[in-house]
Design a protein around this ligand. Structure first.
Ligand code: PLP
Length: 371
């Protein structure tokens, strides 16, 4: 394990030590149910509310606008499936480069009689304002475009896309799951009515996500039961996971400038050392921590397996679809040679030496496979 190089941080990140330390007392000592009205329960509840304030500060919103969920997927499901019907309109626009958690909800909306329309990216992986304008209608209820694409790392022009959606009277949702480390996630600047995050993508634990819902947007619960989260998400809040997420989001905001520089330098080293392949979207606005490389003539799935045997752990598309034979949908939508693509993603622990060493391993493996 030790000498393996992990280049799959877009799939999951390690928990920062400080974040882990902040959360551990809530597993063992302050383990109480935050919904209990007694003094000990209230200790846990205070910790949840502190975390909510930390998340709200990072998003530039009110704490009351945050619903804690169990994952990014759950937050996205709630945004799509539990807000549209109260809009009284039938048209929904979804970008073709969304994560499966959005695309699968879009299929459900279609099944339920909604007119779902997809908006396609440029060959660089960007959803442009004119391409969105072309599909918007007066009866558009909701527009969904992610902030940072999980397969190629492109940063979408969310502020412009949300403005033109609002001009048509539509709600705007953005999946911000891959954005926290690299981008300003102030929801007012982005113009998002709803925004989803996932703790394990920014050095916090798995099992916690959140959905920001702007005051006034009618959101119904996805998970039914008790009245937790102001009756917007039933189920006992995972206190340690939420405490961890609060600490991690604060660190992500404080560390962001350094992170961006670090990720850009590591990515540059990797690509400079690589002798084969074609990195996609490198000319577009892009987070440095995700890069997809197309190795024409080589099957991406076979290459990722061979790389794993040789000590480089990366992925084909997203981790969630890793077991499927379907090529990454973002690359398909971009008109790329999707079946020959491999995603490399970098993190805080990745060094330039590791990036160069990994690229050299890729060079050897690709050279062998070409023979
Ligand atoms: N959205 C994007 C862009 C993602 O990359 C992921 C996970 O890979 C998700 C949503 C799902 O998040 P979670 O793993 O918390 O369910």
């Amino acid at each position: 394990m030790k000498d393996r190089i992990y280049l799959d941080y877009a799939a999951s990140t390690p928990v920062d030590r400080e974040v882990f330390n902040a959360a551990t007392p809530y597993y063992t000592d302050v383990f109480y149910n935050p919904s209990s009205t007694h003094a000990m329960g209230q200790q846990a509840s205070c910790a949840v509310e502190r975390a909510r304030k930390q998340c709200a500060a990072a998003l530039g919103c009110l704490p009351s606008e945050i619903i804690f969920t169990s994952s990014g997927t759950e937050a996205i499901n709630q945004a799509l499936c539990r807000t549209v019907f109260s809009q009284g309109k039938k048209h929904v626009v979804v970008s073709a480069i969304e994560h499966d958690s959005t695309l699968e909800c879009a299929k459900i909306l279609e099944r339920d009689g909604y007119d779902v329309e997809y908006v396609y990216p440029t060959s660089d992986g960007i959803i442009t304002p004119p391409s969105l304008s072309a599909v918007l209608r007066r009866d558009t209820a909701l527009v969904c475009v992610m902030t940072v694409n999980n397969q190629v790392g492109t940063i979408q022009p969310i502020a412009e896309l949300s403005a033109i959606s609002h001009d048509c009277g539509a709600l705007f949702f953005s999946d911000g799951v891959q954005a926290v480390n690299s981008c300003d996630i102030n929801v007012n600047k982005l113009g998002a009515d709803m925004f989803a995050l996932s703790g394990h993508k920014f050095y916090s634990t798995k099992g916690a996500g959140l959905l920001y819902v702007k005051t006034g947007v009618d959101v119904h619960p996805l998970v039914l039961g008790g009245g937790q989260e102001k009756a917007r998400r039933a189920g006992t809040v995972d206190v340690p996971a939420v405490v961890a997420m609060g600490a991690a989001i604060e660190r992500a905001v404080n560390y962001r400038e350094l992170y961006v520089k670090h990720a850009d330098a590591v990515c540059k080293k990797f690509l400079d050392t690589l002798e084969y392949g074609r990195a996609v979207s490198v000319g577009a606005p892009k987070a440095g921590d995700i890069v997809t490389v197309v190795f024409d003539g080589i099957d991406g799935g076979r290459l990722a397996v061979a790389l794993s045997y040789s000590g480089v752990c990366c992925s084909v598309g997203s981790a969630c679809s890793a077991g499927s034979a379907t090529p990454p949908q973002t690359l398909v939508a971009m008109g790329e040679n999707a079946s020959c693509a491999v995603r490399f993603s970098f993190g805080k622990p990745t060094t330039e030496e590791q990036a160069a060493a990994a690229a050299n391993i890729v060079n050897d493996v690709v050279a062998r496979m070409k023979k």
